[in-house]
Design a protein around this ligand. Structure first.
Ligand code: SAM
Length: 235
């Protein structure tokens, strides 16, 4: 799976790509991530401007169509050169999907992540400021995705969430495939110690409505798999 991220803040991804499972997946070549700085596609050589005021007035600045058009064209042609089947214009290839992050987009969930994991390449366009020129949604992106009903400063955090969720569906990304069962919902998990007894004075001060002992349900230590499964399903 190849991810191309188009952003005006490439450094946001630095540590994200160098830690834990994502780092390992890159090393094992399960995923490949390329960050493209939108400013490199500005037609303003001096200030590398990529935004302008909205037509019709209103607050804030809007990311322009030109730099995004050129950046997407650049990543598609690079991918095609490597043997992908992406075509220019509105990307219709079954192998590549171009996603624009937007507050009005389709709500991201595990099913969408699974669907997207079937593509060979995802191009992720991160908006900023007041948003993105509407022609990106109309002519360039295949779909718009929102990661929740709240407004982020930009699409970068959404891109990281999407990359992690999609990657978890890729063969070899996780050690244990059972973790993919999370699509059906999570059950409560516990680990040692079986009984945690917080210091009395701190417990009364910080967690006043809690019991003296914080215990693991005894069924989980019974070795009785049927009862354990029943308990897990009840959560
Ligand atoms: N007034 C704009 C709106 O309501 O759509 C706010 C734009 S927001 C400050 C800048 C960019 O962040 C958006 O264009 C989008 O790319 C991204 N963004 C913000 N919230 C998001 C969310 N919940 N899901 C996905 N992307 C989001």
């Amino acid at each position: 799976m190849h991810f191309d991220i188009i952003t005006i803040f490439p450094k946001i991804f630095n540590s994200f790509l160098k830690e834990s499972l994502i780092k390992r997946a890159i090393k094992k070549k399960i995923i490949e991530v390329k960050i493209t700085n939108l400013r490199n596609f500005s037609d303003d050589r001096k200030h590398r401007k990529i935004d302008d005021r909205p037509y019709g007035g209103g607050p804030g600045m809007v990311l322009q169509i030109g730099p995004i058009y050129r950046a997407v064209q650049f990543v598609i042609s690079k991918f095609s050169a490597k043997g992908g089947s992406a075509s220019g214009g509105k990307v219709q290839s079954s192998k590549t999907r171009t996603i624009l992050f937007s507050t009005r987009g389709r709500k991201f969930d595990a099913k969408t992540a699974k669907r997207l994991s079937k593509y060979g390449s995802l191009i992720l366009i991160c908006g900023r400021y007041e948003g993105v020129d509407e022609r990106v949604a109309k002519y360039i992106a295949d779909e718009e995705i929102s990661i929740g009903d709240y407004v982020l400063n930009g699409g970068e955090v959404a891109a990281m969430a999407l990359m992690e969720a999609v990657s978890r569906f890729l063969p070899g990304f996780l050690g244990k495939t059972e973790s993919l069962e999370e699509i059906k919902g999570h059950y409560a998990t516990y680990t040692r110690p079986a009984e945690f007894v917080p210091d009395v004075s701190s417990r009364k001060k910080f967690f006043p409505r809690t019991p003296r002992k914080w215990s693991v349900p005894s069924v989980l230590m019974s070795g009785h798999h049927e009862k354990i499964n029943k308990l897990r399903k009840s959560r």
